[in-house]
Design a protein around this ligand. Structure first.
Ligand code: SF4
Ligand code: SF4
Length: 120
């Protein structure tokens, strides 16, 4: 009787690990995977459409230094982001896009708030 669980334990130990060593090995992502946003501050026209359409009040327009002077650009709180991509869809210049980057673990939750210059 006791042999059955021992045999099972040995069989499990002989299998390949079910988890991956991260970050050395990463999951392959699907084509439609939506990760951290990327912003091109030089082509953003400060229209604010992304902030207005965001369903979770994730985007705040903040003053940002660009080569065209100080402009209002989207700051994103990744902690609130649903990765729905509505902001990308509505952006008229396609300067705001969702990438396949999902690596954003932080020790301090304040680091989830990304200023426009950091969204690259
Ligand atoms: S992906 Fe969705 S939730 Fe995230 S910032 Fe864009 S509109 Fe808001
Ligand atoms: S990122 Fe796009 S939608 Fe948002 S303010 Fe800039 S141009 Fe407008």
């Amino acid at each position: 009787m006791i042999l059955t669980p021992i045999a099972k334990a040995i069989a499990e130990a002989a299998k390949a690990p079910a988890t991956m060593e991260y970050p050395e090995h990463k999951e392959s992502l699907t084509d439609n995977y939506r990760g951290i946003e990327k912003l091109d501050i030089e082509t953003c026209i400060s229209c604010g459409a992304c902030a207005r359409i965001c369903p979770n009040q994730t985007i705040t327009m903040v003053d940002t230094e660009t080569s065209r002077g100080t402009k209002q650009m989207p700051q994103i709180n990744l902690e609130r982001c649903l990765f729905c991509a509505l902001c990308e869809e509505v952006c008229p210049t396609k300067c705001l896009v969702l990438t396949k980057d999902y690596d954003f673990e932080k020790y301090d939750r304040r680091e989830f708030v990304k200023r426009p210059e950091e969204l690259k």
